[in-house]
Design a protein around this ligand. Structure first.
Ligand code: IMP
Ligand code: MG
Length: 178
């Protein structure tokens, strides 16, 4: 059984998330509008869904969407291995790709996925992550668009889970073991 956890006040409020997501979308619009091409937005299931959908609502560039699912986590710790559970089905060769993640911690998942997407010969690949936990990094990961840089704490809400629970919380909370 997974250990019980407790959560306190919001660490990042729903308002702060909304504001930051809008700013990130403005930046992405500025960067990709000049290309005149559609942007292939690849959303990492399941955690990045809430963030990605809110971000997409503010994008004015034309987009094509697909999902992939990978995991390197079990409970509160990284297993150090990346498993691809669901791959993209949309062709991305020759297109600009934006990989959308909820959080970059060790960097294993993001760097593995970026390499995986690069093997499809896209015109470009960039990484967009709502959260960045730089203290957890084990391998380098260049994040092109970052929402919030956070300390090395386990967080949940707004898509982020603790063994599948808490994803639906509108704000982000720090989880502490009991
Ligand atoms: P990484 O491979 O260690 O960078 O971890 C990336 C994945 O681990 C993310 O996509 C999340 O699913 C999960 N993860 C990392 N840190 C947290 C956290 O604080 N809360 C919830 N999930 C996390
Ligand atoms: Mg995840």
């Amino acid at each position: 059984m997974t250990p019980a956890i407790k959560i306190g006040d919001p660490f990042i409020t729903a308002d702060a998330i909304r504001q930051r997501v809008k700013e990130m979308a403005l930046q992405i619009n500025q960067d990709y509008t000049p290309t005149g091409r559609a942007l292939s937005v690849i959303i990492v299931l399941k955690g990045a869904c809430f963030f990605a959908i809110d971000l997409l609502r503010h994008l004015t560039v034309s987009t094509r969407l697909d999902f992939l699912q990978a995991s390197s986590y079990s409970g509160m710790g990284s297993t150090g291995e990346v498993h691809l559970h669901k791959d993209i089905t949309m062709p991305i060769a020759g297109t600009d790709v934006l990989l959308v993640e909820d959080i970059v911690d060790t960097g294993l998942t993001a760097s593995w996925l970026l390499q995986h997407l690069s093997s499809h010969s896209p015109a470009s690949v960039r990484l967009c992550s709502l959260l960045d936990k730089p203290r957890g990094r084990r391998i380098p990961a260049k994040i092109d668009y970052v929402g919030f840089v956070i300390p090395d704490e386990f967080v949940l809400g707004y898509g982020l889970d603790y063994d599948e629970a808490y994803r639906n919380l509108p704000a982000i909370y720090v989880a502490k073991p009991y």
